[in-house]
Design a protein around this ligand. Structure first.
Ligand code: ADP
Length: 288
């Protein structure tokens, strides 16, 4: 993690409001004056009940949606400025929920090369970047396969490779693991963890609280506003507030608080399975 709070943020969201225009004269207001920053290299999770505006917010981060009011600045460039969109999308890539909707080519390596072709990257440079990206997501053995032969998790890794080939500074994952089985989710989270370790910022929208527990910071949304912000430990400590927003806490956090009720010396603020295990080991009587 290479967070530098003093430096300019990678993404600055300032007072963003947005409404979908559904019919002549009718609109659905979704975001109301949302402000936050994404710093270089940080892992930010965004949670909130269905319909709270998370996806709409995510689409603002690389200019897929432009705010009605307020601004989104990526590396200082305003998403309103059409001439900057190409540079903005090189820096911030998005992975969506449905793996199938993201494949554009008939074989994996062409899919990964697609964005680079559009940018007019020379052939040998393109080859090098595609190799590197496929290796980073562990998909080099599948490069010649048609994407529809892959599992959901593999497809999502190919989608990430397509973004990586552009050398992004941030990857936004909008419920990217929600269509996957637990094995696919695990594989994807390992790839994400590695990329974060290499300094790429991650913005992850998810309802899997075990994934949220891995983030550096969490934003909680409700009805188009940010209603809570903090580290995962700070946010999960406010369990009553989360329940009121119909949100859960990680299984490990639930176990920790149940054990704490029975054994008050067991720390209640443990949110990862590995932390619960450490706590058990710390308190277990040693034999012999
Ligand atoms: P979340 O990701 O938190 O579930 P969304 O951003 O997807 O929330 O949706 C927020 C609100 O915007 C919902 O009421 C949803 O019905 C509405 N909405 C989302 N997309 C559209 C659209 N393309 N047209 C009209 N309304 C939309």
């Amino acid at each position: 993690m290479c967070m530098n709070r003093m430096a300019d943020p990678l993404i600055r969201v300032q007072g963003v409001s947005y409404a979908y225009r559904v019919r002549e004269g009718k609109s659905i207001p979704v975001l109301h004056g949302v402000s936050f920053e994404v710093h270089e290299g940080e892992h930010l999770a965004i949670i909130g009940h269905n319909g709270s505006g998370k996806s709409t917010l995510a689409k603002h981060l690389n200019g897929l949606i432009v705010p009605d009011a307020g601004d989104v600045l990526v590396d200082g460039m305003n998403t309103r400025d059409k001439r900057s969109l190409r540079e903005i999308r090189k820096r911030v890539g998005m992975v969506f929920q449905h793996p199938d909707n993201q494949m554009v080519a008939t074989i994996v390596e062409d899919d990964v090369a697609f964005g680079l072709e559009n940018l007019g990257v020379p052939e040998d440079e393109m080859r090098r970047r595609v190799d590197e990206a496929l290796r980073a997501v562990g998909m080099e053995a599948h490069r010649d396969r048609p994407p529809h032969h892959l599992s959901g998790g593999q497809k999502q890794r190919v989608a990430i490779a397509g973004i990586l080939a552009m050398r992004p500074r941030c990857i936004v994952l909008d419920e990217a693991t929600s269509m996957l089985d637990s094995y696919g989710r695990q594989e994807l989270m390992e790839v994400i963890g590695r990329l974060h370790g290499e300094g790429i910022a991650i913005v992850s929208i998810t309802h899997h609280m075990a994934e949220v527990a891995l983030a550096d910071r969490v934003l909680v949304m409700e009805a188009g506003r940010i209603v809570m912000e903090g580290t995962p430990r700070e946010v999960f400590r406010r369990r009553d507030a989360l329940v009121a927003l119909q949100l859960d806490v990680p299984g490990a956090a639930r176990v920790a608080s149940l054990v704490h009720e029975a054994r008050p010396d067991f720390r209640e603020d443990r949110i990862l399975a590995s932390e619960v295990v450490e706590e058990v080991v710390r308190l277990a009587p040693r034999r012999g």
